[in-house]
Structure formats: structure tokens, C-alpha cells
Design a protein around this ligand. Structure first.
Ligand SMILES: Cc1cc2nc3c(=O)[nH]c(=O)nc-3n(C[C@H](O)[C@H](O)[C@H](O)COP(=O)(O)OP(=O)(O)OC[C@H]3O[C@@H](n4cnc5c(N)ncnc54)[C@H](O)[C@@H]3O)c2cc1C
Length: 413
């Protein structure tokens, strides 16, 4: 237990979960964020606790398929020409991570983190009395042909081997028993009943933050510019001043590498920008989380409405959003869900913080034992937030973490 406050930079789902867990263990904690609670990726994501998604994006054969997707500028994967050169080094690492042996290692490490995160989430929900914000409705991945379904079977086998429970559905009628109103083009599906979603990811983080503040934690508006290491101590330099301390956690999402660079840690964090449209209550009677893998998007229920979103745009942190992507996803959704009322939607773009091997960084900086990193959760930050929080807390407390952390080291690149 530390008396001096631990400083957590970032009030997204990762930073707030860490702050809450450190506080639960008896630490005094200050959270710093330049925009406030859940202001970036954690605000508008699909709200899924996707424990079944253990496969990294970097998988064998992905680089053969990618050029076909890239030909469609509004397709599920895109690289704006203005960012193509900048992303090249990350793409090279991504390609290296897609070799069979690296892929198999990533699957094992991701599965271990998922299993730990599922149990940690149960503990977090109980601690913050959050069950009312959970929807335990499962998830369905939809396929449009026998061939597409058969192509998906190795991924289902992988899930089976890693303890994920599911049912395979082989007719539109079987699909309609779980989700009526889908286009008959969907002939096959895989259904994971254990999947769950939050009713609203932003409100979930706000709820965690309220519990944290209610128990004496502080969340301050500060734009952190740099970190400095002086012997055993750290200095957090913000726009309006600086603070000395001995423990800092960087959980600044897609901007975290900018802070790591200031102490000399070069971590290949990029952003996969994603888009969505949230439709108001009554847009569609969505009974489970729907995933359309061939089209790179999902439909989830948010506050009684429907959120349609996904896509991966490797466009960095500065280019303006291209909301045509959200339009295209909504158009596709209205074909797939013929009764969908597309009126009154709100569009959003968010920055997924992504490392080339689809695993986050959870571990100490090589420059200072007091500086700890927790970022790069890509498509799975909400899913892995409670698990990450317990692991970071174990590091700060000098305890043995629940899973080995070498695969998540900041020095693995
Ligand atoms: C379209 C889309 C759908 C998604 N769906 C899901 C899903 O269903 N399930 C799932 O698990 N994940 C999903 N994700 C991914 C998930 O949203 C992210 O992995 C997660 O939100 C990352 O959380 P974070 O706390 O690391 O980052 P963020 O939520 O981005 O928070 C980082 C915080 O750090 C602050 N910050 C940054 N730099 C500084 C600085 N220098 N000084 C002070 N503050 C700073 C920012 O203001 C921000 O508040 C989705 C993402 C997108 C884009």
C-alpha cells in the first residue's frame, strides 16, 4: 500500500478501472485526463464484453486477403493514402506477427488474458453493484453461405479448445429463433450464449468513476505533456505545472506512446479508427449482439436503441474523420435487418489503441520501475479492462500477477 497518491493518466475504461482497483487495495489515487471521463474510445464503442474473441487480427493468410479489402476505400479495412507511408513500419510488424508460430502464441496469451478478465469483470460488477448495466444476451456471428460458414469452422474449433461455449446454427429458421427479422441471406451462424454487453459503455465508465470518486478518489483535468525520470522518482509534466511522485500508470489509450516516448520507450502503438451510428430506442428489436464478419461490423443494443459500427481505418490520430464509412455500414445494416429504422442516428468515430500483435502492453517501463504501462487493447479494451486493472494493481503492489506478463511486456517489440 502506498501513502503518496498513485497517478493514473487517462480516464477511459482502462484508467478508471485501474484507479478503482488500486483504491480498493488501499492506495490513494489521482486520475489525470485532459478531457474528462470516457471522452475518447471508451465513450462510443459497441459495448461488448467479447471474451470469445481470442484470435488476433494478425493471423496467417491475412496479408494475402488484405489487398482485396484495401481496393474498396470504404471497405472494412482502409488506409488513407495520406497515412500509407507512416503506417508502413507498423504493418511490417503486423505481418511478422501473423506467422503461424507467433499467431499461436498470441492466441494462447489472449485466451489467458480473456479468462482472467472474465473473472475479474464478475468481481468488478459485484464491487460497483453494476449488474443493472449488463445485458446477458449472447452474440451471433452470421454467415451468408455454406462456404463462408465452413471457412469459419477453424476459428470455432479454436474457441472450443479454449473453453468458449457456442452453438452452430445451420438454417435461417434456427437463426430466427434467436434473432427474428434478419435477411434470409444469412444461412448459418455461430451463437455464443455467454457473451454479454453493457447497456452503454460511456455510462458504465461514468458509473465506475462515480464509485471511485465517492470513495475519495480524484479525477482532474490535466493535459500531460511529458514524463521525466529522476532517480527513483517521476515527474508528470502537464500544461499547467508538474507533479512529483513515485508511481505513474499510463493508460492514455491511443496517445499513450506519445508519453512513453518522452522517457525513451518507443512502443509501436497505432490507432485503428472505427465508426458507428447509434439509432434511438425502437429502431429494431435487437435480441442479441450481431456480428457480420465478412463485412467487418456489428449491431449492438445501446440504451434500448441500436448501434451499428465497426470498420478499421489505419489513419493515425490527426486526419479528419470520414463519416461516409458510418453511412456505408448503416446502409448495409438496413439490408441485413430489413425492418431497421435508420432515422435519427448519431455518428461517431473513435481511436482504438492497437499494437501489431493485437495484445496490449501491461507492464513496467524499462526506464523506471515506478512507471507502468496499460494500453493498446485494440478492439478489446472494454472486455479486458477489469482484468488489466487487477494485473496492474498486482504490479504496483509487488504481488505475483494472475497470469504471466512477459507476453504483454513493453519491451517485446
Ligand atoms: C467502433 C469501436 C467499437 C469498439 N467496440 C468494442 C467492444 O465492443 N468491446 C471492447 O472491448 N472494445 C471495443 N472497442 C475498443 C475500446 O473502445 C478500446 O479498446 C478502449 O476504449 C480503450 O480504452 P482506453 O481507456 O485505453 O482509451 P480511451 O478510452 O481512448 O481513453 C484514453 C484517455 O486518455 C486521455 N489522454 C490521452 N492523452 C492524454 C494526455 N496526454 N494527458 C491527459 N489525458 C490524456 C484521453 O483524453 C482519454 O480520455 C471499440 C472501439 C471502437 C473504435
Amino acid at each position: 500500500m502506498t501513502q503518496e497518491p498513485v497517478i493514473v493518466i487517462g480516464a477511459g475504461v482502462i484508467g478508471i478501472s485501474i484507479a478503482l482497483e488500486l483504491q480498493r487495495k488501499g492506495n490513494s489515487v489521482r486520475v489525470l485526463d485532459r478531457k474528462g471521463v470516457a471522452a475518447e474510445a471508451s465513450a462510443g464503442n459497441a459495448g461488448a464484453f467479447a471474451f470469445a474473441e481470442i484470435e488476433p487480427l494478425a493471423k496467417p493468410g491475412i496479408m494475402r486477403r488484405a489487398p482485396k479489402w484495401l481496393l474498396d476505400p470504404l471497405g472494412p479495412l482502409s488506409i488513407p493514402p495520406a497515412y500509407a507511408l507512416k503506417i508502413a513500419p507498423w504493418m511490417l510488424r503486423f505481418w511478422q506477427a501473423s506467422s503461424l508460430d507467433r499467431y499461436e502464441q498470441s492466441v494462447g496469451n489472449q485466451a489467458a488474458l480473456m479468462e482472467h478478465s472474465r473473472a475479474a469483470l464478475d468481481r468488478q460488477i459485484a464491487y460497483v453493484d453494476g449488474e443493472a448495466m449488463m445485458q446477458r444476451d449472447g452474440q451471433m456471428q452470421l454467415y451468408e453461405s455454406d462456404a463462408e460458414f465452413r471457412d469459419s469452422l477453424p476459428s470455432w474449433e479454436l474457441r472450443r479448445r479454449n473453453g468458449v461455449a457456442f452453438d452452430l446454427l445451420e438454417s435461417p429458421e434456427a437463426i430466427a429463433e434467436i434473432q427474428p427479422g434478419l435477411s434470409p441471406r444469412f444461412t448459418h451462424a455461430g451463437y455464443t450464449p455467454g457473451w454479454m454487453n453493457t447497456t452503454d459503455p460511456k455510462r458504465w465508465v461514468q458509473h465506475l468513476a462515480q464509485v471511485f470518486e465517492g470513495l475519495g478518489g480524484t479525477i482532474e483535468r490535466q493535459d500531460v505533456r511529458a514524463l521525466e525520470v529522476t532517480g527513483e522518482r517521476l515527474r508528470v509534466v502537464s500544461r499547467d505545472g508538474s507533479t512529483e511522485c513515485s508511481q505513474v500508470i499510463v493508460a492514455a489509450g491511443a496517445w499513450s506512446h506519445q508519453l512513453a516516448t518522452t522517457v525513451g520507450d518507443n512502443i509501436p502503438l497505432e490507432t485503428e479508427r472505427g465508426y458507428n451510428t447509434t439509432l434511438p430506442e425502437g429502431a429494431f428489436d435487437l435480441r442479441t449482439h450481431l456480428t457480420f464478419p465478412a463485412h467487418g461490423f456489428v449491431a449492438s443494443r445501446i440504451n434500448g436503441g441500436v448501434r451499428i459500427g465497426g470498420a478499421v481505418e489505419l489513419g493515425g490520430l490527426k486526419l479528419p474523420p470520414n463519416y461516409k464509412r458510418a453511412d456505408v455500414l448503416l446502409q448495409m445494416a438496413s439490408q441485413f435487418l430489413p425492418g431497421l429504422n435508420t432515422d435519427g442516428g448519431t455518428q461517431w468515430m473513435g481511436f482504438r489503441p492497437s499494437l501489431p500483435d493485437s495484445l496490449p502492453v501491461i507492464g513496467r517501463s524499462s526506464k523506471s520501475a515506478g512507471l507502468v504501462y496499460a494500453f493498446g487493447h485494440g478492439h478489446l479494451g472494454l472486455t479486458q479492462s477489469a482484468g488489466t486493472a487487477e494485473l496492474i494493481s498486482a504490479i504496483v503492489e509487488g504481488q505475483t500477477p494472475a497470469i504471466p506478463l512477459d507476453p504483454f511486456s513493453a519491451n517485446r517489440f
